[in-house]
Design a protein around this ligand. Structure first.
Ligand code: FES
Length: 110
C-alpha cells in the first residue's frame, strides 16, 4: 500500500492474507494491530484513534497501538500487533504469526 493514502491521525481496516488488520498512522509512524477488540471482538476500525490509543466503539476499552496493551476496561487482554516497515514508499505489514483471537468471555469481570 502506498504510504500517501493514510493521513496522520487516521486508521484503516485491511485484510492481509485472511487476517483483519487495523493500520494506524500517528506522528508520521505506522502501526498495525489485529482489528478485533480482545473483549468481544468488535472491529476496532469503527472506533476512534486518540493519540497512540484506539478506543473500542462498543464498550470503550482502550488499546495502545504501539504494543497492543490494554489501557482501559472492560477488556483485560492485549491485542496482537504486527510489524510495519516502509520501503520504497510502500508499507509492508507482516502478519506472520497472527493468531486467531480467542472467543470472547462473558460473565463476571475480574
Ligand atoms: S467489544 Fe471492545 S470493549 Fe467490549
Amino acid at each position: 500500500m502506498p504510504i500517501t493514502t493514510l493521513a496522520d491521525g487516521e486508521m484503516r481496516a485491511l485484510r492481509i492474507d485472511g487476517v483483519d488488520v487495523l493500520l494506524c498512522r500517528v506522528e508520521g509512524e505506522y502501526f498495525a494491530m489485529a482489528n478485533s477488540c480482545s473483549h468481544a471482538r468488535q472491529a476496532l476500525s469503527a472506533g476512534r484513534l486518540r493519540g497512540h490509543e484506539v478506543i473500542c466503539p462498543l464498550h470503550g476499552a482502550r488499546f495502545d497501538i504501539r504494543s497492543g496493551a490494554c489501557r482501559a476496561a472492560p477488556a483485560s487482554r492485549p491485542v496482537q500487533t504486527f510489524p510495519v516497515r516502509v520501503e520504497s514508499g510502500k508499507l509492508h505489514i507482516s502478519v506472520a504469526g497472527a493468531v486467531q483471537p480467542p472467543r470472547p468471555r462473558f460473565g463476571p469481570m475480574n
